[in-house]
Design a protein around this ligand. Structure first.
Ligand SMILES: Cc1cc2nc3c(=O)[nH]c(=O)nc-3n(C[C@H](O)[C@H](O)[C@H](O)COP(=O)(O)OP(=O)(O)OC[C@H]3O[C@@H](n4cnc5c(N)ncnc54)[C@H](O)[C@@H]3O)c2cc1C
Length: 363
């Protein structure tokens, strides 16, 4: 059996662990220095904006499409295997604030239709009928994606880990990867042993899915992948009752702000996008979260009656000088695979990433 060690129990490492755990030729170990689903994944809203994304060619679209095709089956598999229920919201409504945005939406809908996906263009009266809680004064219409959805990132990650363990994977928390021992020379190094604060692991493959922690690790391996922390803040809001007037209540997104119905009158609203300074430092700015709240109320006025019951922030791993995400062999190594730097779309792209990792391992 080949020994595969995956560093990082966020959504990316957990999805890779689950997909690889189905291969009986592989022995999987997943480690994290903390508990799983705490870092970026613990702060994420879990929106899967795949079909509705403006990406339409090359790797960007392929990864999205692979993820969106895999997700329904993946969720069904792990739900059936574990018995866990993973909270989800089906359907995503993107509000258009200008004619240009609406024209773009129409082009996208035609393209997605030709690719076998479904996007609906809604005029303002249709929007008013389906979602009377939306303020339409500044809108030119909307685009509704019935196949995009939202999934609870922590619940999903924990269920993927549970399913991986049931398939034989070993998952260890509180284990910090520090360095590797490798054979070979400058032309090709082979990582044999992963060193951690809890001992050593033999590796045939080492998969680095450590989010922002991938930078110090790759620096230790002499090929640093620079990742910058882009902070995001979000909030949970409680209303007396749900906004919906019928069963139909999709995620609503407008002005890059997302309103996600959780049930029982509760909503997640987010998120800010805050870049670090030149030293790589970033801290949550209250006025930016206030701005998110104001914009959300502008297109969804009943939210103003709600109470903000929780706020949080997290840091997204954004690769510097190359496109997100980074899924490739670490330069100089023939068995160290990077699966990291997913920036704003780690939850969306996790299944496509796992598929790409499997392909790299088969070469
Ligand atoms: C506010 C906010 C909202 C977001 N909303 C969305 C969204 O709607 N949709 C979406 O797709 N994405 C969203 N994202 C982005 C998403 O959260 C990330 O892209 C994703 O979580 C990255 O997952 P990951 O598994 O690579 O990293 P992480 O979740 O950061 O996991 C990496 C793990 O590696 C561990 N680790 C690091 N170094 C080591 C080491 N040396 N040894 C052992 N373990 C180590 C860490 O402890 C951590 O658990 C959002 C992010 C934020 C902050």
């Amino acid at each position: 059996m080949k020994q595969v060690v995956i560093i990082g129990g966020g959504i990316v490492g957990a999805t890779i662990a689950y997909e690889l755990s189905q291969n009986s030729q592989l022995s999987i170990t997943l480690i994290d220095r903390e508990a799983p689903a705490q870092a970026s994944t613990g702060a994420a809203l879990g929106l899967l904006m795949g079909i509705i994304s403006q990406k339409n060619k090359g790797r960007d679209w392929q990864l999205r499409e692979a993820s969106m095709r895999r997700y329904p089956q993946l969720l069904a598999e792990i739900t059936q295997q574990t018995g866990d229920q993973i909270p989800q919201v089906q359907g995503l409504l993107h509000l258009c604030f200008s004619q240009q945005e609406k024209d773009q939406a129409e082009k996208l809908a035609a393209l997605r239709c030709s690719q076998g996906w479904n996007l609906e263009i809604w005029e303002v009266p249709q929007l008013q009928t389906h979602c009377p809680y939306i303020e339409t004064a500044n809108l030119t219409g909307a685009i509704y994606s019935p196949q995009d959805f939202q999934v609870h990132p922590k619940a999903l990650t924990n269920t993927l880990i549970k399913a991986s363990q049931q398939n034989g994977a070993s998952c260890r928390w509180g284990v910090e990867a520090t360095n590797v021992s490798a054979n070979g020379n400058r032309n090709g190094r082979h990582c044999r042993i992963l060193h951690t604060n809890q001992g050593d692991w033999e590796t045939d493959y080492l998969i680095v899915a450590a989010g922002l922690g991938s930078f110090p690790l790759t620096r230790q391996l002499q090929h640093p992948l620079t990742l910058s922390p882009v902070l995001g803040q979000a909030m949970r809001v409680r209303l007396d009752k749900n906004l919906k007037t019928s069963e139909f209540q999709p995620v609503v997104t407008g002005d890059d702000i997302h309103v996600i119905p959780l049930g029982n009158g509760e909503y997640w609203v987010g998120a800010t996008v805050e870049f670090p300074d030149e030293q790589g430092n970033v801290k949550a700015e209250k006025h930016l979260l206030d701005g998110v709240w104001e914009k959300a109320i502008a297109f969804c006025p009943p939210l103003a009656q709600g109470e903000i019951v929780e706020t949080w922030s997290g840091k997204r791993p954004r690769p510097e000088g190359q496109a997100a995400p980074v899924i490739e062999y670490l330069e100089g190594y023939d068995n160290v695979i990077l699966a990291t730097g997913h920036y704003r779309n780690g939850v969306l792209l996790a299944p496509g990433t796992a598929e790409a990792v499997k392909q790299l391992m088969s070469h």
